[in-house]
Design a protein around this ligand. Structure first.
Ligand SMILES: Nc1ncnc2c1ncn2[C@@H]1O[C@H](COP(=O)(O)OP(=O)(O)OP(=O)(O)O)[C@@H](O)[C@H]1O
Ligand SMILES: Nc1nc2c(c(=O)[nH]1)N=C(CO)CN2
Length: 156
């Protein structure tokens, strides 16, 4: 059975356009079909201010993978694209986060669903609203009523 998942992508090191497009094309495979992509947004760093501007994007996929298998697929792509885990919320070539996986809830250290900071991050909410304007968030709030914090600008 295929389920709908929203995935957030972020990068603030090197060729940010390259990392976003490589991540999306690496994710797209028979078990993870990319169904929708937001535009790319430039955003001010959230959480740890003293770092380069990010480029962010949100995609919708349909997957047959269970949540942890999908997370591991995302982490493999992060590694292939040179992601190093140094500073929490610090600079990275690519970060791939599971935002919403169908209506699943998970509270383990390895996987939290929905993503815990979903509604606080404008760099997630704004591109997510672009591809899913009628979405009711897992909290029950319609996405049109949620702002998130931080400045984001579409690149196109
Ligand atoms: N929904 C999720 N999506 C991606 N990783 C998650 C999720 N929930 C928990 N994790 C775990 O978070 C750990 C740390 O992830 P990461 O280094 O990307 O954090 P971060 O990007 O600095 O912060 P944030 O998770 O707030 O965006 C990973 O090892 C992963 O197992
Ligand atoms: N604007 C922006 N800020 C961030 C981002 C991000 O992708 N975009 N990712 C972070 C760690 O997940 C921390 N802060």
């Amino acid at each position: 059975m295929r389920v709908k998942v929203f995935i957030g992508l972020g990068t603030n090191l090197g060729d940010r356009g390259f990392y976003l497009s490589e991540a999306v094309s690496s994710l797209n495979r028979p078990a993870i079909k990319v169904e929708a992509m937001s535009r790319t947004y430039e955003s001010e760093p959230w959480g740890v201010a003293d770092q380069p501007l990010f480029w962010n994007q949100v995609i919708q996929v349909e997957t047959t993978l269970e949540p942890l298998d999908l997370l591991h697929a995302c982490q493999e792509i992060e590694q292939q694209l040179g992601r190093e885990r140094k500073v929490h919320w610090g600079p990275r070539t690519i970060d791939i986060d599971l935002l919403i996986y169908d209506n699943r809830v998970s509270d383990s250290e390895e996987l939290k669903l929905p993503h815990p900071y979903l509604e606080e991050r404008a760099f997630v909410i704004v591109p997510l609203r672009e591809i899913a304007p009628d979405l009711i968030l897992p909290s029950g709030r319609p996405i049109c009523e949620v702002q998130g914090e931080g400045k984001v600008y579409p690149l196109t």
